[in-house]
Design a protein around this ligand. Structure first.
Ligand SMILES: [Zn+2]
Length: 157
């Protein structure tokens, strides 16, 4: 018996099947957090299925980790539910811990927040002023970058 990552569902169709509406551009999309009920604090990665809430502790490296957390399932039960558990007659030897977010993806999310900040900055230059909304966007983006940096530091410890 073994876990076959190739059998995990495509992240976009998986998250949509969980009732999430994915918004925004780039590899990290914005959606609501099913864990604490936030309306737009969750980021999900289109290719890897990684997820990270900017407001609560929910995060993980793939749709399997999400399914475990969202439905309170163990690794094997979640893998079975997602069709990624293969009965091949051999005993299971791999790890059954939820997959953590790779540091590279954390960096990508920082890059995406910085893109937001850069867009706001270029608007400011054009208008020679900054609106309250833009100020809020900048402060939010800066806060998220700090948050992701903290997660990356916790990874290293
Ligand atoms: Zn949350």
């Amino acid at each position: 018996m073994s876990f076959n990552r190739d059998h995990l569902p495509d992240p976009v169709s998986y998250f949509e099947s969980e009732g999430l509406v994915l918004k925004g551009k780039g590899k990290w999309r914005t959606t609501s957090c099913a864990f604490h009920g936030g309306s737009d604090s969750m980021r999900v990665h289109l290719e890897r299925g990684a997820f990270m809430c900017m407001a609560c502790a929910a995060k993980g490296g793939d749709v399997l980790a999400y399914h475990q957390a969202a439905h309170g399932l163990g690794f094997i039960d979640a893998a079975k539910a997602l069709g990624a558990w293969v009965e091949d007659g051999t005993p299971h030897t791999g790890s059954t811990r939820p997959t953590p977010i790779p540091a590279r993806l954390l960096l990508e999310s920082v890059a995406q927040e910085l893109t937001v900040a850069a867009l706001v900055a270029s608007d400011m230059v054009r208008q020679a002023s900054i609106s309250e909304t833009d100020k809020e966007r900048l402060i939010k983006a800066a806060g998220r970058i700090r948050y992701v940096a903290d997660i990356a530091n916790a990874h290293r410890a």
